[in-house]
Write a protein of this length. Structure first.
Length: 229
């Protein structure tokens, strides 16, 4: 029986160091923990979810695929994870603003001992901003596509934070360095969305000059970056 692991979760799995103790936050069907154990990558995985129903589904899948060594916990973010129980935190399949909120609620993550593997479904620029402003360096970031949707997956660790400009929050250096053949079309998509946002802000009845200036600068920078791809 083949484990139905999505491309975005495979990208997360590739960033997990061998022998890691992983906390998978928002585990949903539990496919990532099962994959990590089946392939001998993780030493131990705690699969967490906010709701009982997906956690029950994850338990059933672990039994179906014969995965041993997974702990299942009902947890709001990292609230039920003790600092010494994991060294790698995975948050995948949720908005970047929610991921930032989950990380912010666990101040014990402010240590170089932890690796963060994050896959935002939306609001990736806001997540990158939170990370860099909180002292986390983005070590690598990759790009993939499933159907008509683009996804990014990043690995971060405390230390070496690089201040990002508005344009870099949307197309960061680490993502540009990944060499994905999808970069040109993804950059075009980012530019199009930024242009739509700028036009919307310019025509808004209530003007927000600071927000408009941010998006105008981001658009100019992304236009320049795109020309170099």
């Amino acid at each position: 029986m083949k484990l139905p692991l999505s491309n975005r979760l495979r990208a997360c799995a590739r960033m997990v160091a061998p022998g890691s103790r992983v906390a998978d936050i928002g585990t949903d069907h539990g496919y990532l923990p099962i994959w990590l154990l089946h392939n001998g990558i993780a030493a131990h995985v705690i699969a967490c979810d906010l709701r009982e129903q997906p956690l029950a589904s994850a338990r059933q899948n672990a039994a179906r695929f014969g995965a041993q060594g997974i702990e299942f916990r009902l947890s709001d973010g990292l609230s039920q994870i003790a600092p010494n129980e994991a060294d790698t935190i995975v948050c995948a399949g949720m908005g970047g603003d929610l991921i930032a909120m989950i990380l912010r609620a666990a101040p014990w993550l402010q240590s170089e001992r932890y690796t963060l593997i994050l896959q935002p479904q939306s609001a990736a620029p806001a997540l990158r901003r939170y990370l860099t402003q909180s002292g986390f360096g983005i070590r690598e970031e990759t790009l993939l596509r499933e159907g008509r949707f683009y996804y990014t997956v990043l690995r971060a660790q405390l230390g070496g934070a690089q201040k990002l400009s508005p344009g870099q929050e949307h197309l960061p250096p680490q993502l540009l360095a990944c060499g994905s053949p999808l970069l040109p079309e993804y950059a075009a998509r980012v530019e199009s969305l930024l242009r739509t946002t700028v036009e919307g802000l310019a025509g808004a009845q209530t003007q927000r000059p600071e927000k408009r200036a941010y998006y105008e600068q981001a658009l100019r920078e992304v236009e320049t970056i795109r020309r170099s791809l």
